[in-house]
Ligand binder design. Structure first.
Ligand code: MSP
Length: 523
């Protein structure tokens, strides 16, 4: 059986991961956990892109050996992903020998079939972006804009990939939607870019004397592989493509093509939509063997890009310490709109956590379990009633589950959370109308009290299971309080009304989402 295969862009470990990197990993982790929950075998691959000039420059600036810097920073990424409950199945490091062997095997294959050639070229070169520039890269004033950093004029021999041979194929494949790019508006962006970007061949080497931190070309060892050509291959090298005998890697046929390659908008064109697809096509992959690209927007700060020079980089590690992993995961999933940019705002993180988790869901859970304990001896009653309010609550849950599933299938985690919150609101309203705390004063009404509380406890069980891909820790705590930790193993198809059987004993209530208190004011 082919696994559902999810990858993310691999990060440059030339600094610390910021909130944008963390969002991408959390999104991939959430979707991985969700697809597993639907019963699919799922494999999540991510890691770090360790070669290239950026690493060399940072190492020089810090006065350390580039290999030492790479190892040290890579450890920081691994530690943080673990802390944020991001659990990949496979971990990429492009300095890994298994990856190097695969890149070299691909290069030899492409060279042997005439897809690569060597030529001399004189032109402008962006040191920051590590690429040659053409007149098309100039701005309206005819200059190379600041995004290119230092631009120098150089003449040198290099190896080129005949990218242009694949331009017609690529255009047809994207037009026909054989190569899937989500959301839809990003596909239009790619179509607009193909004519511009795919008619020039791609320089895939750098002379070793200028750049030694890369994978040597097997047929011309004075050159190393251009960082993008090397990095893009991670999605197949670590999936077992052309693996050397005995290498501890998956079976390629069980994974490829990737069901989702999650990337930010900045690396869609030309890297993923043009270079990567044409590289795969040159290797012999057909249109139906291309990965689906899921493109997300950027997290900005008050409309500005996060950057070292603006000093506005948000550190996810510090936020996790300050507010907890669940609060951070919740906010990042809740406040991003499909494929669009969002502004990171700590006060919104606190507000959304305090209202939607602490007040709404937290109170619902706490009231349900507390009152079940106090009024019903912690015992669940029958949830098969024909009271109109009960039927409406059941209907609301089934609508939430459907909307959640359809949103998650489209990778719209924020919409899935809104669906969950609708049912939380419904349950809180139900409790307010039923008032079990009033009813319990009349002994004759005690059976009804038990029914009402069993309906909200049942709802809490479903909500925790639905939330589990997004907030694994909180879901586990909720299920433990319901005395049903084993519900964590259920799949979405098991979610039928009546999970909590009559007579079941619930556990001890304990706040799962303590309010975040802000100095001098409570949000
Ligand atoms: N190393 C390349 C990717 C190679 S993939 C074969 C790279 N690395 S990166 O560290 O610059 O970016 C890693 C990922 O983080 C990319 O998908 C990028 O779009 C994403 N983000 C970088 N800044 C971001 C935000 N401010 N917001 C959201 N995602 C952002 O590109």
């Amino acid at each position: 059986m082919k696994s559902f295969y999810i990858t993310t862009a691999i990060d440059y470990p030339n600094g610390k991961p910021h909130i944008g990197h963390a969002f991408e990993k959390i999104l991939a982790d959430v979707l991985t956990r969700y697809h597993r929950f639907t019963g699919k075998k799922t494999y999540f691959l991510t890691g770090v892109d360790q070669h290239g000039q950026k690493m060399v420059k940072t190492a020089e600036a810090e006065g350390v050996n580039v290999a030492t810097l790479t190892k040290r920073n890579t450890k920081g990424f691994i530690r943080l992903w673990d802390k944020l409950d991001v659990r990949p199945d496979g971990w990429v490091e492009t300095t890994d020998d298994r990856h190097k062997a695969c890149v070299q095997a691909i290069l030899s294959h492409l060279e042997a079939k005439g897809a690569l050639y060597k030529k001399s070229y004189a032109g402008f070169y962006s040191v920051r972006q590590e690429q040659f520039l053409t007149d098309r890269d100039r701005d309206e004033q005819g200059d190379f804009g600041s995004e290119w950093g230092e631009v120098i004029e150089i003449e040198e021999e290099n190896w080129y990939f005949r990218l242009s041979d694949h331009a017609d194929w690529l255009k047809k494949a994207v037009e026909a939607n054989d190569i899937k790019i989500l959301p839809e508006f990003r596909r239009t962006e790619v179509l607009n870019a193909i004519d511009r970007a795919a008619d020039t061949d791609l320089c895939i080497s750098r002379p070793k004397e200028r750049m030694s931190w890369g994978i040597p070309l097997p047929f011309d060892p004075d050159f190393v592989t251009y960082v993008w050509f090397d990095a893009l291959i991670n999605y197949i090298s670590f999936a077992g493509y052309r693996k050397t005998e005995g290498a501890d890697l998956p079976e390629f046929d069980t994974l490829w093509p990737a069901d989702l390659q999650i990337i930010g908008k900045d690396i869609l064109v030309p890297a993923h939509a043009i270079y990567w697809t044409c590289m795969l096509h040159a290797m012999g992959f057909e249109s139906h063997e291309m990965p689906t690209l899921l493109v997300h927007g950027f997290w900005n700060i008050k409309g500005d890009k996060m950057s070292k020079s603006l000093g506005n980089i948000v550190d996810p590690d510090q936020l996790a310490d300050q507010f907890g992993v669940d609060a951070l995961r919740y906010y990042l999933c809740r406040d991003i709109r499909a494929g669009k940019d969002s502004d990171f705002d700590t006060s919104r993180l606190i507000m959304l956590y305090n209202t939607e988790l602490a007040n709404d869901l937290g109170n619902l859970l706490n009231r349900s379990i507390n009152m079940t304990k106090g009024f019903c001896n912690s015992t669940i009653a029958s949830t098969e009633t024909d009271n109109e309010e009960d039927l409406a609550l059941k209907k609301s849950l089934s609508q939430t589950t459907q909307e959640y599933q359809s949103a998650m299938n489209q990778c719209e985690v924020s919409e899935a959370l809104k669906a969950i919150n609708q049912h939380v609101t419904h349950c809180n309203g139900y409790l307010e109308r039923q008032k079990p705390w009033e009813m319990k004063k009349d002994e004759a009404l005690l059976p009804r009290v038990a029914e009402v509380l069993s309906h909200t406890a049942e709802s809490c069980a479903h909500l925790a299971i639905l939330l589990r891909p997004i907030l694994p820790e909180a879901a586990e705590k909720i299920l433990a309080q319901l005395n049903k930790p084993e519900f964590g193993q259920l799949s979405i198809d098991d979610l039928k009304w009546g999970l909590l059987e009559q007579g079941h004993q619930t556990g001890k209530p304990k706040p799962v989402f303590p309010r975040i208190l802000v100095e001098n004011q409570e949000s």
